[in-house]
Every structure is written in structure tokens, then in C-alpha cells.
Design a protein around this ligand. Structure first.
Ligand SMILES: *Cc1c(COP(=O)(O)O)cnc(C)c1O
Length: 396
């Protein structure tokens, strides 16, 4: 759109197809609009305790949980400063923008970062992970960090295979997993998979506003915490354990818990966690069917080239050479009120992303796909028309 035209106020509800933050169910929105209460009020404590227990069930852990007022980055930082000391080395499995951002944070905190490099379209090679661990005979690597679902590329990294690499080499490093765009959308099992610290956030699969994050923490990680020397205060788990809520240094953000209580009700009771996963699998497949169809006529294609690792919560779509993804996103938004995710880091302008996680059903996915196809036609992006029919076939 030219800048001289006044901004249009489109009618109808915006289709919000970003991979986080995500759509918030009306019942969660209403629950969040709660009158202020004292966070030590016994009525609130009841809600709080039920939420902590519910979150642990979703994480599939019976171990520790610490919560923070802050977006996912806060929980990233908490997981590093509570477990490591200045100069400690970590091994990060490269997956894309989010693995690199976590690595950059670690460097800023005074941690030495070793990476297992990976092709972003195919994903990390587990043999290379095993080799890096096997080569570290002195056990200088204190923690291995992996992003379970790389939101920037639409790839899911199988955590059990990472655990197996640690076990096969007998390496004692802590296993840290970022579950921010997988939790409550894709299967994640903290205890069974031997994850020592996992990082989650409120605004993706949990369908809440942005601003609360948390870490699940294993008994082994709590031991490591006792000797960690990186500076910390707000994030210090020892400080938190001394507080009445055994989390949160400072005011507890009570409205999040009224919202979380409702979102857990939707996930666990109304739908059931297994059905939530099955719905994401169905919707993810439908989106990929449409993109694979569009790729005819030299159209946009799936960024992820590893079918065993397709993400069922987000799809990144690579534009044909020389065409700008942001121009297409702008047509989708300005003309049709469809908000799509953009490319992150080096993928800026090259990919757009469809988020298919959280509060989403078939009509919303079909509406999104139909509107992407419409926007491609209007913007002159080559593609094979009929992607929506391919999605319908995948869903029927
Ligand atoms: C969104 C996201 C983050 C960052 O979380 P913020 O809430 O934006 O700080 C980190 N990792 C992954 C995988 C994400 O999807």
C-alpha cells in the first residue's frame, strides 16, 4: 500500500495466524479480567496451587517449577543463571533464530558457548551431537541446550534422541529444553525424557497474554543450582523457595493465574491433552498440504526439508527466489486483515510463517489458507492454485 493512502479500518474479526502470541479464547480473556486480590489471600492461593499442579501435569513432571513475570526470555535467563557459573561451557544445538538468541544471551551472561552447527532446513544431525559429547572426555560441557520446536523454521527437534545421545556417551551434562512454542501443542514429557530444566511461556500453546514464563526443574538441576555462581536476584530459585508461593520474587501477577486456571480447564478437561495434540497434528498436516500444493508453478515451498521433524504448531514458508515475503504479508494484512508471522533473523523477507497453535479450529485454518492464496494471487506471487482443496483433502 502506498503511504499516502489513509490506513483502512477493516471490518470483521482479524484472522491472527502468528505463531505467538496466539489467539486467546474468550473464556480465558474474561477470566483474566479479574478484580485485584491480595496474592496471599487464601482464595487466591487455592487458585495458584491448582495452576502450579496443572502446569506440572502439562509439563509431565512431578519435580520443581519456578515462575516469573516476564516473557520467555526471562525463563531462558533464569535457566542459565541458576545452573551455571562464569566461564562454564554449554553446548547448543543450532536450529534457527531462537537457538542463536539463547546462545547470544548465554554469551552476554559470561558463559562459553559451543554449538553443534546445523542446516536450518534439515536440522541438527544427532551423530554430530553424539560426536561433540564423546569428544568432551573431560566433561567441560555443563549443559546441553535445545529448542524443542524452532518457531523460526517450523521444525521440531526430537528431545528423546538428544537424551539418547547424552546417555550413549555417558555424558553428565544437564539437558535444557526450550518448550515455548511446543508446550500445550506438541507432546512434551519432562521427566520421562530426562529433561533437567525446561523453559515455557504463557503466550503460545497456553493461550494466555504475554508476560509470564516458567521453568520446570529436575532434582539433578536443583543440585547444580546450589553451586552455581552467576549473579542473580529476581531469578534466584533459592530466593524464591523462601517466599510464600515458592516462586516469584516480588508481586505475583494474579490475573495470569485466573486466566491460566481457565486455559488449563480447556486443555485438560474440555478437550484433553491428547486431543489437543491430535488437533495440532491434523491442522499442521493441512497447512503443509496446502503449501506443498502451492509449490507447483515455482511457488512458495515448505522451509523445513525434513519430514520427520515437521512442526505441528508452526509452518515456515519460503518465498520463490527474488520475491519478498513481507510484501505478501502486507497485502494479507492491509487488504484482508490476516496477520501472518514474518521471517526472523537471516530469514527476514524470505519466509512468512503460519502459526497453527493454541485456540484454533478447521474453519480458522481454512480461512487463513484461503486468504494466503488470495493474497498470493493479488500480489502476483506464482503458485499452483488449489492449496485450500489440498488442505480440505488432508482434513476430511
Ligand atoms: C517465542 C519464543 C521465545 C521467546 O519468547 P518471548 O516470550 O518472546 O520472550 C523463545 N523460544 C521460542 C522457541 C519461542 O517460540
Amino acid at each position: 500500500m502506498s503511504v499516502t493512502q489513509p490506513a483502512r479500518k477493516p471490518r470483521g474479526r482479524q484472522f491472527f495466524a502468528n505463531p505467538g502470541p496466539t489467539n486467546i479464547p474468550d473464556s480465558v480473556l474474561l477470566a483474566t479480567a479479574h478484580q485485584t486480590v491480595d496474592f496471599n489471600d487464601p482464595n487466591f492461593i487455592e487458585v495458584y496451587d491448582a495452576c502450579v499442579a496443572g502446569l506440572k501435569r502439562v509439563l509431565k513432571t512431578t519435580q520443581g517449577l519456578f515462575l516469573y513475570t516476564g516473557s520467555g526470555h526471562a525463563a531462558w535467563e533464569a535457566s542459565l543463571v541458576n545452573l551455571l557459573s562464569p566461564g562454564d561451557r554449554i553446548l547448543i544445538l543450532e536450529s534457527g533464530y531462537f537457538s542463536i538468541s539463547w546462545a547470544n544471551m548465554a554469551k552476554d551472561l559470561g558463559i562459553e558457548v559451543q554449538s553443534v552447527a546445523a542446516d536450518w532446513r534439515r536440522g541438527v544431525d544427532m551423530a554430530a551431537v553424539r560426536a561433540a559429547l564423546a569428544a568432551d572426555t573431560a566433561h567441560g560441557i555443563k549443559a546441553l541446550c535445545v529448542v524443542h520446536n524452532e518457531t523460526a523454521t517450523g521444525m521440531m527437534i526430537p528431545i528423546p534422541e538428544v537424551r539418547a545421545a547424552l546417555d550413549a556417551t555417558g555424558h553428565p551434562a544437564l539437558l535444557l529444553a526450550d518448550t515455548i512454542s511446543s508446550l500445550g501443542s506438541l507432546d512434551f514429557r519432562m521427566d520421562e525424557w530426562g529433561v533437567d530444566a525446561c523453559v515455557g511461556g504463557s503466550q503460545k500453546g497456553l493461550m494466555l497474554p504475554t508476560g509470564m514464563s516458567f521453568t520446570g526443574v529436575s532434582a539433578k538441576a536443583m543440585e547444580a543450582h546450589k553451586t552455581s555462581r552467576l549473579p542473580k536476584h529476581y531469578f534466584n530459585w533459592t530466593n524464591m523457595l523462601a517466599r510464600p508461593h515458592r516462586s516469584f520474587v516480588g508481586t505475583v501477577p494474579v490475573s495470569f493465574f485466573y486466566g491460566l486456571q481457565q486455559s488449563l480447564r480447556l486443555i485438560e478437561q474440555e478437550e484433553g491433552l491428547e486431543n489437543v495434540f491430535a488437533r495440532h497434528t491434523r491442522l499442521g498436516r493441512a497447512v503443509r498440504a496446502a503449501v506443498q500444493h502451492w509449490s507447483g508453478n515455482d511457488g512458495p515451498q515448505l522451509f523445513c526439508l525434513n519430514p520427520g521433524r515437521y512442526s505441528d504448531s508452526v509452518t515456515a514458508i519460503l518465498m520463490p527466489e527474488g520475491l519478498n515475503a513481507d510484501a505478501l504479508r502486507s497485502v494479507a494484512l492491509q487488504r484482508f486483515n490476516l496477520s501472518l508471522g514474518g521471517g526472523l533473523g537471516p530469514l527476514g523477507g524470505k519466509v512468512f510463517r503460519i502459526g497453527h497453535l493454541g485456540d484454533l479450529n478447521e474453519p480458522m485454518i481454512l480461512g487463513t489458507l484461503a486468504t494466503v492464496e488470495l493474497a498470493m494471487k493479488v500480489a502476483g506471487v506464482p503458485h499452483a492454485p488449489g492449496g485450500v482443496a489440498a488442505a480440505i483433502d488432508a482434513l476430511a
